[in-house]
Design a protein around this ligand. Sequence first.
Ligand code: MN
Length: 747
Amino acid sequence: MAKEVIPVTPEERKEIHRAYRRMVNGVEPKMNEEDRTMVRKAYELAVKAHSKQRRKSGEPYIFHPIEVARICSKNIGLGPTAITSALLHDVVEDTDVTLEEIRDMFGMRVEKIVDGLTKLDGTYKAENMQAENFKKVLSTLVEDVRVSLIKIADRLHNMRTLGSMPRHKQLKISAETEFIYAPLSHRLGLYSIKTEFQDLCFKITKPNTYARIEKQLAETERERSIYIKKFIKPLKKVFDELGIPYRVFGRSKSINSINNKIKTKHVSFDEIYDIFAVRIVVDVPKEEEKGVCWKIYSLVTDVHKPIPERLKDWVTTPKSNGYESLHTTVIGPDGRFVEVQIRSERMDEIAERGFAAHWKYKGVKGASGKKGEKDVYEGFFESIRDVLESPNADALEFVSDVKTNLFQEEVYVYTPNGDMKVMPKGATALDFAFTIHTEVGVRAKAIMVNDKLVPMGHELRNGDQVRVQTHKNQKPTENWLKLVITGRAKSKIRTAIKEEEKKIAAYGREAVQRKFNQLKINGLDTNVDKITKFRKYPSHLNFYADIAADKIAINDVLKDFEVEGGLLVLKEAKKTTEVIAPERTLPSNKKGSKGKLLIAGENANQYDFQLANCCTPVQGDDIFGFLTTGAGVKIHRSACPNATNMMANYAYRIVKAEWAGGAESEFIVNIKITGIDDGPGVIEKITTAISSGLGINIRSFSISGDEGYFEGKIGLLVANKDQLNIAIKNLKDLENIMHIERDDIEL
Ligand code: MN
C-alpha cells in the first residue's frame, strides 16, 4: 500500500506527533515508565522506517500504524506489547528493518507477533485464495490471539480508508473482510468492530442502498429520540429509587442489520420496530450483577408490558463468544415494540471489546465461575485446532467446517446428567456424541433424544436431553461425515476412518512383503511403486488395503511383472507364476510359564511362544496360534479383533492351540467398563462386584469421568476363564454399567 514520494513536511511531522500523543494518552490503564519507553522506541523506529512512504490517499504512511495501535488500545483493550507490535506491524514487510533488529530492541514477544503479522500479510498477495488465507489467519489465532486482534485492527483502518483505492481492489478487500474478518470479530466478541466491518462492506458493495438507509435514519432521528425519551422517563423514576449507578440510552441498529431486516422480513424501513434498542447498564459488583439485572427486568416490565417469548437470558448462560446480556422486547408508548438490553458495566465492556475485556475480567476474578466449566474461548480455540489438525480436509471443506463453528447461532442441549452443552445451530445427535468424548462419538450406536431413539443425523433443538449408547464394534464410515456439522466431529471421524484404513493396510503390506521375500524381490517401496503406477493406485496405502480386503490377489498383480535381479519389471505377455507357500520352520526355544498350553498338539514350551497383547488370553479361552515372521508363535483368542484378518489372509500360518488343563498360573486381563456415573460410591460398587468372594486380584484400576459418563480401566489377575466370567457377570449386574470390554472386545 506504500509508494515512495515526497518526504514528510515539518507541518506533517507535527501532525504525526499529535496523533501519536493522542494514541498514547488514550491508553487505559495508564502505562508505566518502562512500557512508555518501549512504545516510544517503537514509534520512533516506525517513523524513521516509513519516512519515505505515503498511503494512496497521499498522507504519510506512519499515520496508519499509529491508528492501528490506537484501535488496538481503545477498541480492543490491548496492552503495551500489542501497541508496540501494532506500531511496528508493517516495518518488516515494507521497509529495511529486520526481525533481528526488532528482537534486539523489543524482545522475543514483539518479534513473534510482528513476524506473525508479516507472514499473514504475505499470504494476501495470492489472488482468489481466500480459503488458504482463512486457514493462515486461524493458525495464527490459536498461536497468539494478539496477532489476529492486531490484524483485525489493521484491516479496520484499511477498510475505513479504502476510498482512495481503485474500485476492483475495494471490492476484493471488502469481500475478504466479509468472509474472514467480520465473522472472526464476531466470534471474538468484538461486536462494535464486527458491526463497523459489515457497514463498511455494505457501503462499498451497495453504495446506493446504504446511502438511502443512512438518509432515512437521519431523517427519523429527531422523532426517534423524542420517543426514546418518552419510553425512558417513567423508568428513570423507578431506577433512581434503587440507589444503584446506571446509564440508560437508546441506540440505533447498524445500517447493515436494518438492511437485513428489510430484506428478510420483506418490510419497509418504517415498518421495522427494532431500528433501535434501549440499553440499561448498571454499575454493580460482579456478585450482584445477576440479581440486579433481573430486578431491572422486573421494573421495566412493570412499566412496559413484555412479550415473554422474546426474553433472552445470556446472563445465566453467556453466548459462546462471551456475550452476556438480558434481552427482552416490551410494548412501549403508542403500542410500539421496543427491544430492551439489560447488563452490567462489565458485561457492556465485554460486549464492546470482546476477547481482551473477557480475559481482563477473567484475570481479575480467577477461574470462570462454575467448577469444571470450560472457558468460552478455550472451547472455540479447541474446535479451531481440531479442524486445523483434521486430515484430508481440503481448503474449501476446511472453510465450511470453520464457518459452521464461527457463524452459527447456538442451541443448548443437555447430557443425561443435566449438564448443558452449547452446540452450533444445526448440530446433530452424532455431533453431540463427539462433544462428550471422541470414544463415545466413534462408538456411538444408538442415540436417544428426550428418551426417544433418533437417527444419528437428527438435528438437535434447544432443551433436548441426549443420551448416547455405544458399542465397541461400531466404526465410523464415510457416510457419517454427512451426519455431522461440527468441525470437531468431522475431524475425529476422518481420523478414525484413516486409522482403520491404516490398520487394514498393514495386513496387506505384510502379505506383499512376504511375497516379495519368497520371490527374492528387494525393496518393498520401490517395487510397490511400480505396481501402484501400473494399476493407477493413488497411494501405496490404497493398494495394501485392496490386498488386505481380498479385492485383488497379489499373485494376479504379479502376473504383469517379471523379476529381474531382485526387481519387478513390467512385461507384455502374461505368464502365470506359481507361488509356493513358505515352509514352516518352528523355532524350539523354551519359554513361557503362562499356564499349560499345547501348540499343534505338543507341549508349547518347545516353541518360542507368547500370549498376544492385543487380546491377552487366559486359561480357558478359545485360542489359536499364529506363526509370526520374527517373534515365534503368538497365542490369540479366537474372539480377537484381529482374528478374522489373520485367518482370512494367513490361513496357512494358523496353528492349533489349546489349554492343557490345570491352573497354576495367573493371567493378566484388561477390562474396560463404561457407565453412567450415578454419584459417589461408584468405585466401591465396581471393586466389590469384582472381588466379592472370588479372590480375584485387582492389579490396576483407573477411572475417569466426564459429563456423567465414566470410563474405568481395570487390570485383573485371574487363574482361568471361569473366574473371569464370574467377575464379568457381577459387573454386568450393576445397574449403571452400560458396556464392558475385555481387550477391545465387547462382552
Ligand atoms: Mn497495515
